[in-house]
Design a protein around this ligand. Structure first.
Ligand code: FPP
Ligand code: MG
Length: 265
C-alpha cells in the first residue's frame, strides 16, 4: 500500500515537471512571433464534462465560467488584446428553463464581478456586449449597462461578450438599421458596401477575429461572428471547455502563428 502511494506520488511529480517544461517551451516559441490581436472563443462541452465527472449540468457551467476567467488571464498575459466570448446563443434559450435561468444567473454574477474586479481595472478591459439584449431581464440588462459604462474609457484590452447572440440575427439587425438609415436619408443606397455594412454590426469599429477556438470536438461556428469570421483562422480541439489546460491554449496560438494567412490573395 505504502509503495503504491509512493509510486503514484512520483508519477504525479514527474508529470508536473514534464508539463512545466513543455509549457515553458511553448511559451518561448510563442514569444518569437506576434500573437493574434483578436481571439474568438466558442466555449463548448460544459455539460459533457460535468456528466463525465458525475456533476450536475449547473456545476458544469460553473466550472466553465471559472475556466473562462482563467483563460482571459492567459490572454492578457500573452498580449491578446481583444477576446470575444460566445457566452449564450439565441438557440441556447431553447434549453430547459432551469438551465437557462442558471446560465443567466451566472452571467449576471459575471457582470457584477466586473464591477468590483481589480483585474479588469489593472488590465484596462473595456466590456462590450453583443446580442439581442431585449431577450434578457431588466435587472440583467442594467447590470450589463453598468459594467459597460464603468469600463467604457478603457482601451488596452477589450472583452466582447456575445449573449443572446446569433450571427444571422446580427446580420438581420444590421440590415434593418441600414434600411432605416437609407429611409431617413442618413446614408445613400450606393454608399452601402462591406465597410459601411460592418459599421452596423454589434462589433462596429472592432477588428475581425484573427483566430477562433472551439473546444469539445465540434467543428462548426454555430452562428458565431458569421460576418466577421470570413478570414479568421479556426482551431478546433477535442478537450471539453472546463478541462482546457494552458498548454492546449498555447498550442492553439502556436498553430495560428505557423499558418500563413492569405486573405484570398
Ligand atoms: C457550452 O457547453 C457552454 C454554454 C452554452 C454556456 C456557457 C456560458 C457560461 C459558462 C456562462 C458565462 C457567462 C458569461 C457572462 C461570460 P454546453 O452547455 O453546450 O455543453 P455540451 O456541449 O457538453 O452540451
Ligand atoms: Mg455544446
Amino acid at each position: 500500500m505504502k509503495w503504491k502511494g509512493i509510486v503514484a506520488y512520483l508519477k504525479e511529480s514527474a508529470y508536473a515537471i514534464v508539463y512545466r517544461q513543455y509549457e515553458k517551451r511553448l511559451q518561448n516559441q510563442i514569444n518569437c512571433t506576434e500573437v493574434p490581436e483578436h481571439v474568438g472563443l466558442i466555449l463548448d462541452g460544459n455539460r459533457r464534462w460535468a456528466r463525465d465527472m458525475g456533476l450536475s449540468v449547473n456545476d458544469g457551467h460553473k466550472y466553465g465560467f471559472e475556466k473562462l476567467k482563467e483563460v482571459l488571464r492567459w490572454c492578457w498575459q500573452l498580449g491578446i488584446h481583444t477576446v470575444t466570448v460566445y457566452a449564450l446563443s439565441t438557440e441556447n434559450f431553447k434549453r430547459p428553463t432551469q438551465e437557462v435561468n442558471e446560465l443567466l444567473k451566472l452571467a449576471e454574477s459575471g457582470f457584477k464581478d466586473v464591477l468590483n474586479s481589480k483585474e479588469v481595472v489593472e488590465n484596462e478591459v473595456k466590456i462590450t456586449v453583443l446580442g439581442r439584449l431585449d431577450l434578457l431581464s431588466e435587472p440583467l440588462r442594467s447590470t450589463i449597462a453598468e459594467a459597460a459604462s464603468k469600463t467604457k474609457d478603457y482601451s488596452k484590452n477589450k472583452l466582447n461578450v456575445a449573449i443572446a447572440y446569433g450571427g444571422r440575427a446580427e446580420i438581420v439587425d444590421a440590415t434593418k438599421k441600414i434600411v432605416e438609415s437609407v429611409m431617413n436619408g442618413t446614408i445613400r443606397k450606393d454608399e452601402i458596401n462591406e465597410g459601411t455594412f460592418s459599421k452596423f454590426l454589434y462589433t462596429a469599429g472592432q477588428k475581425d477575429p484573427d483566430l477562433i477556438i472551439r473546444t469539445s470536438g465540434e467543428e462548426r461556428l454555430s452562428g458565431f461572428l458569421l460576418w466577421q469570421s470570413a478570414y479568421s483562422e479556426f482551431y478546433f480541439l477535442d478537450v471539453y471547455w472546463p478541462e482546457l489546460r494552458r498548454i492546449d491554449f498555447l498550442r492553439a496560438i502556436r498553430t495560428y502563428q505557423r499558418r500563413k494567412r492569405r486573405f484570398g490573395e
